[in-house]
Design a binder for this molecule. Structure first.
Ligand code: PMV
Length: 351
């Protein structure tokens, strides 16, 4: 909805759009190598309000940071990022890109906005206010949600009428600038919502899974902010010996195909086993940490399923048990908080 704000003489139109976060039920990391993943949207959202203005002004309320950029500054920034991305792609080393974004004030957000302006051919200014419920850098899709919400809100503000598929394409380009060579799964789930079967390819396979998550006992657990970014964790897996890595990636792929069938039946005994098996393979790929291993072990011991979700190195875990009280207690006994979040929610939308 477009909401007019009447100041002393002018009417200012403010548009707000939002996109959900996500959790990987299975298939993360393997999805980068062409295996499928099952990704589910979660009921925590990133909100962006936009209005026309001079220059580009950003206020990120949740991290209490703001910035102002001229249009030409943003154009130069996209060019610089694109040139650096091309160089990194050639050398298969994206660390210079990650350092640039980490060291630049509001680097990630600036990159998202600059790339969107480039893709939508925008040459006038605006003010954006960002307010996100999704914890940053925790495997819950905080960056992917923004990467779809930014093109959505600017498309609405400047009447570009982008379709959902077009928004998702711009979001993928944004995610690539920030993370190197992401699979595209994160931006797709934040764009379309619900639950998705995602397989990278030409073109990507993106199929909605019509699953009912009400009364299903999935619980999320936050294990702490990862020390490494998604891009760095993906790079670490890439630098493993292919003879060691590839059979594990393939096995995660096989479990993901099986998971799809089990969700449809549904067969929760096997769903839990598959979650545990995937976690053990992700640990072998080096993306788990002690806390995640401990929670996984404790939940497995009570016949539940528990795995990291997303890039790993900390962040959120996804757990399942038929007995929610027992699951909650097991997690709390280890000093962590079970979060009961709605799953399979609507994708990007205008508020
Ligand atoms: O960092 P996250 O939680 O948004 O998830 C990344 C998922 C990976 O499979 C590790 C990377 C990717 O591009 O799919």
């Amino acid at each position: 909805m477009i909401k007019p704000h009447i100041s002393s003489r002018v009417v200012i139109f403010v548009i707000t759009c939002s996109a959900p976060g996500k959790t990987h039920l299975i298939g993360e990391h393997a999805v980068v190598y062409g295996e499928p993943a099952i990704i589910i949207s979660v009921g925590k959202r990133a909100y962006i309000s936009a209005e026309k203005s001079e220059n580009v002004k950003i206020y990120a309320q949740d991290i209490n940071q703001s910035g102002e950029f001229s249009i030409s500054e943003l154009k130069e920034f996209t060019e610089k990022l694109q040139q650096l991305w091309d160089k990194c792609f050639e050398t298969k080393n994206f660390s210079p890109l990650y350092s640039l974004l980490k060291n630049e004030h509001l680097g990630h957000i600036e990159a998202m906005i600059a790339k969107t302006m480039d893709e939508l051919d925008l040459n006038s200014g605006f003010k954006l206010q960002i307010n996100s419920d999704i914890p940053i850098g925790s495997g819950l899709g905080s960056s992917a949600a923004l990467s779809v919400a930014v093109p959505k809100v600017l498309s609405e503000l400047f009447k570009k009428n982008l379709t959902l598929d077009e928004i998702n394409q711009v979001a993928y380009k944004i995610e690539s600038l920030a993370h190197g060579t992401p699979s595209g799964g994160d931006n797709s789930i934040c764009c379309y919502g619900g639950a998705l079967w995602f397989k990278k390819g030409t073109p990507n396979v993106i199929e909605p899974l019509h699953l009912d998550f009400t009364k299903k006992n999935f619980v999320l657990v936050f294990t702490g902010i990862p020390k490494l970014t998604t891009g760095e964790l993906v790079s670490n897996v890439r630098s493993l010996d292919p003879e060691y890595r590839d059979p594990r990636v393939k096995k995660i792929g096989e479990y993901t195909y099986e998971m799809r069938k089990c969700l449809v039946k549904p067969d929760f005994t096997r769903i839990k086993e598959l979650m545990n098996l995937a976690q053990e393979l992700l640990a072998e790929l080096g993306v788990s940490i002690d806390v995640i291993d401990r929670i996984h072990k404790a939940v497995k011991e009570i016949n539940g399923g528990a795995k990291l979700s997303g890039a790993g190195g900390g962040g959120y875990m996804v757990c399942y048990h038929e007995d929610l009280t027992l699951l909650d207690q097991t997690i709390r006994n280890l000093g962590y908080i079970p979060e009961h979040v709605e799953l399979g929610v609507e994708g990007v939308r205008t508020e």
